[in-house]
Design a protein around this ligand. Sequence first.
Ligand SMILES: Cc1cc2nc3c(=O)[nH]c(=O)nc-3n(C[C@H](O)[C@H](O)[C@H](O)COP(=O)(O)OP(=O)(O)OC[C@H]3O[C@@H](n4cnc5c(N)ncnc54)[C@H](O)[C@@H]3O)c2cc1C
Length: 456
Amino acid sequence: MSGQRKRFVIIGGGPGGTTCATYAARLGAEVTLIEKDLVGGAAHLLDCIPSKAMIATGGVMATMKRATEMGLTTVDVQLDFDALRNRINGIEEHLEHSLTGLLESQGVRLIEGTGRLSGPNTVAVSGNDGTETELEADIIVLSTGSRPRIPEWAEIDGVRVLTTRHAYPPPELPTHLIVVGSGVTGVEFVHMFSSFGSQVSLVVSRNQVLPGKDPEVAKVLEQSFLDRGVKLVMGARAQSIDVANNTVTVYCDDGRVLTGSHVLLAIGSTPNSENLGLDEAGVDHQRGYVQVDHNLKSSVPHIYAAGDLSGKLPLSSVASSQGRKIAEHAMGLHSGPHRHLDYDKAASAIFTDPEIADVGLAEADAFAEGRKIRVTKVPFSVSAKALINNDSRGFVKIVSDPATGEVLGGSIVGRHAAELISVISLAVTAGLTVTDLAESLFVHPALAGVLGEAAE
Ligand SMILES: Cc1cc2nc3c(=O)[nH]c(=O)nc-3n(C[C@H](O)[C@H](O)[C@H](O)COP(=O)(O)OP(=O)(O)OC[C@H]3O[C@@H](n4cnc5c(N)ncnc54)[C@H](O)[C@@H]3O)c2cc1C
């Protein structure tokens, strides 16, 4: 160790790595962060932020198309792909710039290059400028993220056959996009491109979109897709793709065949760990995900993993929280037992129209476990603010303990669900009761009022 300062070497500058870097530096560590592309990671540059920026543009288009319902005359809205591309680039540049500034202001040393474990206490760096160096570390944090999974039956060309990483925006607006995969990512792309005016077909391998989510929630989304003319191909698995004469053909395992202009695969992810030197350093992993304990420590005690690479919940918010926890743990901030991350209490959202968000115990899971719960559900149609907004679709559902009233979970479908879920999320984390929520003096008129009503 150099003097009293612990030397952190962090590989990967996404939300996991950058949050760990800033916290560790604030706690007095000497921190080096190695990033091969741009600081901010896939989260800022390839996944969450660009997808949400495109969805926001699609949302404005949809609102403008319904202008007459709000007492306005219609305007002709056209998508300008170049302007959209510039908008996304501008957001990314701003985020990268501010994050780099934050890291530098905390004294974090940034190295542009590719890192790999060369031993239990050393990291070899191939700099983007061609230099080769080896860094010694007291603490190593692996936060190299993940990338879209590509099945062996698909050849991605980035033109007609796309992954999520080719879609911000794609080379051209698809006339007919076939989305394979109906998880969170797949349905967000269906929403995005149908709001831009593309015809969209969705290949759903089960009997509902969003497998694992509350069926009632999934139903609302399915109906919204059908209302927009999205074709749902239920209970089918894509098994091969052909591209000829600007047409893609997707063959499903049950004999169904779909044709379109483009296909986008959203069927999960693969960890970025092949060349990370895990075996050389003795780090246990399964299918490429680093095995970690509740402190995010790997099988080698001073090597930690954060973010998607840890195989926990693949969310940017979770990656950041893990990064902070690692910094605190490695710096010995918690001498006694401290609060570990409880992934069951992580809020998540799906940025479709309507938005969907949930947190904590789901009604279906409680039912499957035979657990006694109280469920209250209030539709947004009772809300004056929903009527003012000209959008009263959806509902708030709160799951609580019938004996104590403790809020155990909830789901929201409707406008601003991703923001509103924070209230239930706080209640779940802080162990608040339905009475606490019901007695909160929410603003009126506001959609949050429906939360209070659902808690009564
Ligand atoms: C389409 C899509 C939309 C999403 N939307 C959301 C959302 O709305 N909200 C949400 O919470 N989550 C969302 N996610 C998930 C989120 O993007 C990830 O969970 C998050 O990016 C994980 O952060 P991370 O720090 O683990 O890795 P990443 O953000 O993937 O960053 C890893 C970094 O490591 C770098 N790297 C890799 N290998 C090396 C190496 N050997 N040396 C140096 N650098 C290396 C990479 O260049 C990258 O910059 C979305 C994912 C997808 C696919």
